[in-house]
Design a protein around this ligand. Structure first.
Ligand code: GLU
Length: 261
C-alpha cells in the first residue's frame, strides 16, 4: 500500500512539473512571460536559404534569423537573448501550439486560411510564387504543368494555388527544400512551385536549373503567433520592432546583404 502511494505521488509530481517535456524552457503565454523569462524562442527554418539556414560554423543565420535577433533586442534588450528552434513548413504550426516556440519566423505567408488558426504581425517581406525548372525544360508557365508532375514542399502555400490554377497537375510533395531541389535535378518532376526568393536561393550558382520570370501570387511574410487575446501585446511589440527597423533602413540593409532585394 505504502509503495503504491509513493508511486502515485511520484507520478503526480512527474506529470505536474511537466518533466515529460523535452524543453526546460518554460512556455511563455504572453509578452509578460517572455519579459520575465528574458528571452524569446523562435521557430526558424534551416532548409530555406537565404531566410534560415546553417552557416559553416553550424549557427542558424539568414534574413529571418536576423529579424528574430532584432525582435529580441527590441523586446528583451539583447540580440543574444533569442533561442532558435528549427522548424519545417509542415511542423511549424504544431511546434507553436505545443509550446515549443513563442512565435514562427519562417518565410510564412499570411493567408485567409492560416488567419483562422493563427495571429500575424504586419508583413516584413513580400515574395511571389514562381516556377523553377531544369534549364533545358520546355515549361514556360504554370499552365504547361497540366498533366505533368510538379514538386511542392509539404505545408507550404504552393499546393493550394497549384491545384486551383492547374487542375490536372500531379503533385509530388517533399519535406524540405533541398529534398525538393534534388528531386527536380534528378528528373523526378517537371518543376518546383514555391516562393521566388527561396527558389532563387536553391538555384544560385547552379546552371542546370532556371527560375522562370512570371510571379503568380503575392506572399506577404509575417511573424505568426498562437491565436488569441494573450498574443495581442506580443504582436504589438513585434510590430513596433518591424516598424522601427523598416524606418531606420535596417531591414532594407539586411535584404541587400542576403540578396533578396
Ligand atoms: N511562403 C510560403 C508559405 O508560407 C512558402 C514558403 C514556406 O514553405 O515556408 O508556405
Amino acid at each position: 500500500m505504502f509503495k503504491r502511494i509513493i508511486t502515485l505521488l511520484f507520478l503526480t509530481a512527474f506529470i505536474c512539473c511537466g518533466c515529460g517535456k523535452k524543453e526546460e524552457i518554460p512556455v511563455a503565454n504572453d509578452l509578460n512571460d517572455i519579459i520575465k523569462r528574458d528571452n524569446i524562442v523562435v521557430g526558424i527554418k534551416t532548409d530555406t536559404y537565404p531566410f534560415g539556414f546553417y552557416d559553416q560554423k553550424g549557427h542558424i543565420v539568414g534574413y529571418d534569423a536576423a529579424l528574430a535577433k532584432l525582435i529580441a533586442r527590441g523586446i528583451v534588450g539583447s540580440e543574444k537573448k533569442v533561442k532558435f528552434v528549427p522548424v519545417t513548413a509542415s511542423d511549424r504550426i504544431m511546434k507553436l501550439y505545443s509550446g515549443d516556440i513563442d512565435m514562427i519566423i519562417a518565410t510564412m505567408s499570411v493567408t485567409p486560411q492560416r488567419k483562422e488558426i493563427l495571429d500575424f504581425s504586419n508583413a516584413y517581406y513580400v515574395a511571389g510564387q514562381a516556377l523553377l525548372v531544369r534549364s533545358n525544360s520546355k515549361i514556360t508557365s504554370l499552365k504547361d504543368l497540366n498533366k505533368k508532375q510538379a514538386i511542392i514542399v509539404f505545408g507550404s502555400t504552393s499546393e493550394r494555388s497549384l491545384r486551383s490554377a492547374v487542375p490536372y497537375v500531379q503533385i509530388r510533395g517533399y519535406k524540405t527544400y533541398p529534398d525538393a531541389f534534388r528531386a527536380l535535378k534528378e528528373g523526378k518532376a517537371d518543376a518546383i512551385v514555391s516562393d521566388d526568393t527561396i527558389l532563387l536561393g536553391l538555384a544560385l550558382k547552379d546552371k542546370s536549373v532556371k527560375l522562370l520570370p512570371k510571379r503568380y501570387t503575392k506572399e506577404p511574410y509575417a511573424v505568426a503567433f498562437r491565436k488569441g487575446p494573450e498574443s495581442k501585446d506580443l504582436i504589438r511589440a513585434v510590430n513596433q520592432v518591424i516598424e522601427i527597423e523598416t524606418k531606420n533602413g535596417n531591414l532594407k540593409k539586411l535584404q541587400k546583404n542576403f540578396g533578396i532585394k
